[in-house]
Design a protein around this ligand. Sequence first.
Ligand code: ZN
Length: 245
Amino acid sequence: MRIALLTDVHANLAALEAVLRHAEDQRALDEVWVAGDLVGYGPQPGECLALMQQYPLFAVAGNHDAAATGGMSTDGFNLEAAYANAWTAERLTPDDAAFLKSLPDVLQREGITMVHGSLRAPYVEYIFGEDAALAQFERQPTHYSLVGHTHVPLLIEEVPGRRRPILWPLSDGDVIELGERRLIINPGGAGQPRDGDPRTAYATFDTDDRTIACFRLPYDIESTQQAMTAAKLPERLIRRLTFGR
Ligand code: ZN
C-alpha cells in the first residue's frame, strides 16, 4: 500500500490539489493521512474537506480544527489566526463541523502514531527541539510517529545509548527508511509552509518497502492568495504564503 502523508492543509485548495495530483502520479493514494489542521487560515475549508474525503482518509484533529468547532478556545491564537478561525467556523457546514469534531487526537495505523502537536500536548506543543522530542519518544507507543503543527519538515531520530536525538531537516527527494531506530516524522506544512520554502510539502509512505519519500512541489500560490483577498482574510496571512514563513 502507498499512502499520502500530509499535515497542516489549512484550507489551501491549490496546495492540496498539487499534492494529490503528484501523489496520484506516484500511485500513493491508497490512503490519505492528515496529521491535523485540515482547516484554518486558508480560504477553502469546505472544498478541501470535500476533496480529502474522496479518498480513504485517516486524520487527527489539530488546534485549528478544534477551535473552529468549539473544542478549544482561540485565546492562545494570535489576532490574525483567531480572526481566520472565526471566519472558518462561520463557513463550516453542519456536516463539515461534525466531521472535524469526530476526528480523534491520536490515531495509530500501520505502526505509526499520528498526532498534531505532540503526545504530551496534542493541540499545543511544537516538536522543534530535543526536549519536546524526548518527551514524545517517552510517550510514543509505536516505533514511529507522524506529527505536524510546526509547518517545518523535520525528521528526529532516537539514538540508543545516547540521550540526545538527532534532528534532520527534510528536503525534497529525501527518503526515510523505517528501520530499527525510533523516529518522529514531520512532512511539513502542506497548506502554509514555514521553513522559508513556499512550495507545498508532503510525503508518501510505502508500507511494503517501509520507506517514506519527501516532496516539495510548486503550486498556484496566487490563486489561494486571490481567494483569501476576496474573503478579506488578514493581509499578513496572505503575504506569508509568498515567502513560506
Ligand atoms: Zn497548522
